[in-house]
Design a protein around this ligand. Structure first.
Ligand code: BGC
Length: 756
């Protein structure tokens, strides 16, 4: 419905306008009845609805809803179409119960496997996280329901999340911690963004002008409104000025009064407040339009089936020495409490009140599988009981295959606290090792929201990671274990061998006031690859019951320039006997000589379905941005001219083909000219080369200590290197009396040349 929102804003009193900038309660914006402004309900998110049950006083009591696969699991699908499906299902449920905005997706980067909330987040890789977030937003918003992409930004730990400052370089922020938001905002236009609790380089996200206005709105074109994470506001007036429109859940009027006072005393221009109110009302009325249309029925049974279907596509087959799929008719024993009580979601604000979750044991019985069960260890705590262990080991020895359902108990992994180690409960590690010692066909099924150390990995046959895949986990695990479905997930994060190998091991979680991101852009596989470290399972890894072969790829041209683009094509064939899905991954390696680049970065991926014997060609288009890094001197993304390698493969460490691509550009980086700029830098830059060349020709011999190169103390190469590394002030020192007075003039001439 058409409404004149600027006109409405004019009719609001100052108090009403300030009031609209905070919640009426935990889950609603305020209404202004005299002007027909309705309230809007919001709900967590991100993998299902935690909508307040209005019949209960407790604002934490939520209605029954479906728990879909969580972020860690959906990320492992490497499949934007799956995220769109999940988003659409959640959007439909939201519409059915009158929710205007779903609080998700959660896209913070997995800086350390210890972050307690990693299960809600997607990946260690910003490109993957951004593509998946955009698809999820498209799905939810296709139903006329909004999203709130969160937590903006650099909220990568739970320890002191409300106050710690995530301190990092601009390049790190731009390349690692912002792109998931950037992609989602540009591609899918989320209705709202949720700012995080933490500070970034000392400034609270909730009052961060650079983040909320300069980057989010001015650079990326965000046109919705920003809401605070619950209780994230520090200085409300600064927040409004910086671009934080809605405070949630509200401060009982205290902060609204501060906004009124600031407008009255002129500290906050009224136009700024008007803009904030306008942005909020644009969305509130969008939600009202949806609410005015007929509501769909809440179909929990139907959505449960969808959740189980999605979960099948999220599981990752990490290792398989032939024990999977299980053979019908063989003697199989299930061991471990997770077979009966799987863990499928994490604790905290995303916790869903489900009707029922499937267990693998229930599913096996339903499908008439011949499976016996011995608990061995419980799912909810670290408990070692020798009798139970002996029973499990005995049953394993007598069976053809032992399947151990292991994982992290809920208390190990939740919003609000980080893990202190990366291990499974000791009781589980112990029993897995003992079972593996008597049964070569030992399969481990993992239920965790984050990587765990797997000291027994070499001793067991197969490992299937279910992550936390929602209430359909049991049905999905059953189908995958017995070969009714073919595993097709890929790891959205590296599984390191041990915690001590992780990039921010020495800095995580910091001293409580500051979290120093010293590893910079070397997060996840960027770190392990740069350091050539062995890992348990690499980023992008995941096996299948079938096999895929890559043909030689091709480039549409060996080079491109400026704003142009290039196409990369490769064909992949299913060479096995079962239908399967392959994720073709494309990484770019910068070989131009730019300092400090990771060996490779994911720039494209696509998931394809292939029948046995079928072959398909995939095509990717790359532009300069895909070759770029964030250059701080330029304050922009920059693709250096020169050679790039395009790596295509099955995972970050299973590359099947490499192509060489040259990029050409006239764009030059800013050059700082001062007394310490080197002769080499000046010679390499076309703007300053002519000026410095004449000086080098004149003073070259003097510059390298009178040695022209070749047969003196320095080799010709050494002399050249020494010359190139010489700062301008060396001219004075080595150039003798003739050069002594020329530095100021030379600096002037070079600065002028560099500014051209
Ligand atoms: C969480 C958010 C959540 C909000 C509302 C906060 O504590 O960080 O992710 O959306 O609560 O429940």
């Amino acid at each position: 419905m058409e409404r004149n929102i600027p006109e409405l804003v004019k009719q609001l009193t100052l108090e009403e306008k300030a009031g609209l900038c905070s919640g009426a309660d935990f889950w609603h914006t305020k209404a202004v009845e005299r002007l027909g402004i309705p309230a809007m309900m919001v709900s967590d998110g991100p993998h299902g609805l935690r909508t307040q049950d209005m019949t209960q006083e407790n604002h934490d009591a939520s209605i029954k809803a479906v728990c879909f696969p969580t972020g860690c699991a959906t990320a492992a699908s490497f499949d934007p179409a799956l995220l769109r499906r999940e988003g659409a299902a959640i959007g439909r449920e939201a519409r059915a119960v009158g929710v205007g905005v779903v609080l998700g997706p959660a896209v913070n980067i997995k800086r350390s496997p210890l972050c307690g909330r990693n299960f809600e987040y997607f990946s260690e890789d910003p490109y993957l996280a951004g593509e998946l977030a955009a698809a999820f937003i498209d799905g939810v918003q296709s139903q006329g329901v909004g999203t709130s992409i969160k937590h903006f930004a650099a909220n990568n730990q739970e320890y002191r999340r409300m106050s710690a400052s995530s301190d990092m370089t601009e390049q790190t922020l731009r390349e690692i911690y912002l792109p998931a938001f950037e992609t989602a905002v540009k591609k899918s236009r989320p209705w709202t963004v949720m700012c995080s609790y933490n500070r970034i380089n000392g400034v609270y996200a909730s009052e961060n002008q650079k983040l909320l206005t300069e980057i989010l709105r001015d650079e990326w074109g965000f046109d919705g409104f920003v809401m605070s994470d619950w209780g994230a506001v520090a200085d409300r007036v600064k927040g409004v000025a910086a671009g934080l429109e809605l405070e949630m859940p509200g401060s009982g009027g205290v902060n609204d009064a501060k906004i009124v006072a600031a407008v009255e005393d002129g500290t906050l221009p009224e136009e700024t407040l008007d803009k904030a109110v306008t942005r909020i009302l644009n969305i509130v009325f969008r939600a009202a339009d949806t609410a005015a249309a007929p509501r769909p029925e809440l179909d929990l049974a139907g959505d449960h089936k969808i959740a189980a279907g999605l979960a099948r596509e999220c599981a990752v087959l990490l290792q398989n020495k032939g024990a999977l799929p299980l053979r019908r008719g063989s003697r199989v024993v299930y061991i471990g409490g997770f077979a009966e009580h799987p863990r499928y979601q994490g604790g905290g604000s995303s916790h869903i009140n489900v009707v029922a979750a499937d267990s693998a044991l229930d599913a096996a019985r339903r499908h008439g599988r011949h499976v016996s069960y011995v608990e061995g260890f419980p799912a909810d705590r670290d408990q070692r009981d020798e009798q139970a262990f002996l029973a499990a080991v005995e049953a394993a020895a007598a069976a053809d295959t032992a399947v151990i359902f292991a994982g992290l108990p809920e208390s190990f992994e939740s919003e609000g606290c980080d893990r202190s180690h990366m291990r499974l409960p000791e009781s589980q590690n112990n029993l897995i090792a003992r079972v593996a010692a008597v049964q070569k066909n030992t399969v481990v099924v993992l239920h965790t929201g984050s990587p765990v150390e797997c000291p027994w990995a070499d001793d067991v046959a197969s490992v299937l990671c279910m992550y936390l895949s929602g209430e359909g986990v049991g049905e999905a695990a059953d189908a995958l274990l017995w070969g009714d479905a073919n595993p097709c997930g890929r790891l959205p994060e590296t599984w390191p061998l041990r915690l001590e190998d992780t990039p921010c091991y020495l800095d995580f979680p910091g001293d409580g006031r500051t979290a120093l991101y010293r590893e910079g852009i070397f997060v996840g596989y960027r770190w392990y690859d740069a350091r050539k470290m062995p890992v348990r399972w690499p980023f992008g890894h995941g096996l299948s019951y079938t096999g895929f072969v890559y043909r030689e790829p091709e480039l549409s041209a060996p080079e491109f320039s400026g704003d142009g683009s290039v196409k990369v094509r490769v064909s992949v064939r299913n060479v096995g006997t079962m239908a399967g899905r392959e994720v073709v991954q494309l990484y770019v390696a910068n070989c131009t000589g730019t300092a400090g680049r990771p060996p490779k970065e994911l720039r494209r991926f696509v998931k394809i379905s292939l029948e046995p014997g079928e072959e398909k060609q995939v095509e990717f288009t790359l532009t300069a941005r895909d070759l770029s890094y964030y250059n701080e001197a330029l304050g922009d993304w920059y693709a250096a001219p020169g050679l790039y390698k395009i790596l295509l493969g099955h995972s970050s460490r299973d590359i099947h083909a490499t192509l060489e691509l040259t990029y050409r550009t006239d764009r030059l980086l800013p050059l700082t000219v001062d007394e310490n700029t080197t002769v080499g830098e000046l010679l390499a830059d076309p703007r300053t080369a002519p000026v410095i060349r004449s000086i080098v020709d004149q003073y070259g011999t003097a510059l390298n200590g009178g040695n022209a190169g070749g047969d003196g103390v320095l080799s010709a190469e050494g002399a050249l290197q020494m010359m190139e590394g010489m700062p301008l002030r060396g001219l004075v020192n080595f150039g003798g009396p003739a050069a002594a007075g020329m530095l100021p003039g030379l600096l002037d001439a070079l600065k002028k040349a560099a500014e051209q």
